[in-house]
Ligand binder design. Structure first.
Ligand code: COA
Length: 184
């Protein structure tokens, strides 16, 4: 099988492929389809935010194997305000002024573990706006997951651990690092 192609997507590209994108998201996170379907409106709204960038990974037939997107994080946005409340006061400026939020990064299960997530992460963050990048990821025992390995190997450090978002029982970690990615 030849190597998947990485493509930069405009907001219109992402929204135009939303069914495929949501199918990858549901499979990667093992979420029920109706829960993922509820994300449709959010993603469409996210695509209009300042600093929006998206990447997709396509197989030979052009089918979506993975995707990632993010935008500039600003106060008034739900995630930003939740995270702000959880970060120690003295650390807020460091992490929240001029921050790029990596919102979603997913690879369909059959394509995982072959470097695609790494390519998507680098492609998305290469040239991304912002002084730092922030993301949230579910806590897993001993940080044993592909997502955790990926972020740790790219220099992401703890910003908040064991964070609870309203309406979600699972604890999340907020991880971050400086931008650009090429300088440690
Ligand atoms: C996280 C995700 C996007 C990574 O994509 P991927 O294509 O699997 O990533 P890669 O193949 O580039 O591998 C990433 C890291 O996981 C490691 N890895 C590969 N297979 C692994 C396995 N079975 N167990 C643990 N780590 C593994 C890789 O070695 C790499 O780490 P390294 O850079 O230290 O070597 C993808 O696995 C995914 O969609 N997971 C489910 C959804 C998810 O958790 N998304 C992120 C939510 S914030």
């Amino acid at each position: 099988m030849s190597s998947p192609t990485l493509v930069r997507w405009t907001a219109e590209d992402l929204v135009g492929r939303l069914d495929e994108v949501l199918a990858v998201y549901a499979a990667a996170m093992d979420y029920p389809p109706d829960l993922v379907s509820a994300r449709r409106g959010f993603i469409t709204a996210h695509a209009r935010r300042a600093g929006f960038r998206a990447v997709g990974a396509l197989d030979e037939q052009g089918a979506v194997l993975g995707f990632g997107y993010g935008y500039l994080s600003h106060s008034g946005q739900w995630w930003h305000d939740q995270v702000r409340g959880a970060i120690r006061r003295g650390d807020r400026r460091r992490w929240l002024s001029d921050a790029y939020e990596l919102v979603e990064l997913h690879v369909t299960p059959t394509a995982q573990g072959h470097g695609l997530g790494t390519r998507l992460l680098r492609g998305l963050l290469d040239g991304a706006p912002g002084r730092v990048v922030l993301l949230s990821t579910p806590e897993v025992p001993d940080e044993r997951s592909r997502a955790w390995r990926l972020y740790r190997s790219h220099g992401f450090v703890d910003v908040v651990r064991q964070m609870r978002f309203p309406g979600d029982d699972r604890p999340f970690a907020i991880l971050g690092r400086s931008l650009p990615l090429s300088t440690a």
